[in-house]
Design a protein around this ligand. Structure first.
Ligand code: C5P
Ligand code: MG
Length: 159
């Protein structure tokens, strides 16, 4: 398999009080709501992991980490992402991530001040420069105040 490959992924979780809000491996300080999830509920890393798998037509993260498996309760989503990267390497051989573009849709809190931390964390997990990690934020205009969504696109080059 060689050439350029694009991948797209999405994720969504409900929000509830008294739970951590983890986005791109960053725990957002001072959020009144956090994700209701089987794992740590990191929608950005889940969307990104699905995008990477999709780029190589390798299914989605539910196949590798079934939500029904109690061993995955509270799972750190960085483990999901690293497992996906390893599976890709096993399947396609050497590949590089040219860039990624992700959107997080959340009403509160405002994430602008956290953008750089998220970019750094995600870039570190992927082993790429921060300049290749685009992260944008949108509100739902109040339509889904207790809901968080993420969408991610990746461009891969395979050898
Ligand atoms: O959704 P809306 O277009 O009103 O968002 C306006 C801006 O607010 C976004 O472009 C983004 O810069 C910022 N934003 C944010 N944190 C959010 C949602 C939006 O910083 N949770
Ligand atoms: Mg998820």
């Amino acid at each position: 398999m060689d050439g350029l490959r694009i991948g797209y992924g999405e994720d969504a979780h409900a929000l509830a009080p008294g739970r951590p809000l983890v986005i791109g491996a960053v725990t957002v300080a001072g959020s009144p709501l956090g994700t209701v999830a089987h794992s740590d509920g990191d929608v950005l890393l889940h969307a990104l992991s699905d995008a990477l798998l999709a780029a190589c037509a390798m299914g989605d993260i539910g196949q590798y980490f079934p939500p029904s498996n109690p061993n995955y309760r509270g799972l750190d989503s960085r483990v999901i992402l690293q497992t996906v990267l390893q599976r890709l390497a096993d399947q396609v051989g050497e590949f590089s991530i040219l860039n990624l573009s992700a959107v997080v849709i959340l009403d509160q809190p405002r994430l602008g001040p956290t953008r750089r931390d998220i970019q750094r964390q995600v870039a570190g997990e992927l082993g790429i420069d921060v300049s290749r990690v685009g992260v944008t934020f949108k509100t739902s205009e109040g339509m889904t105040p207790d809901f968080i969504q993420a969408r991610a696109t990746v461009l891969l080059r395979t050898e």
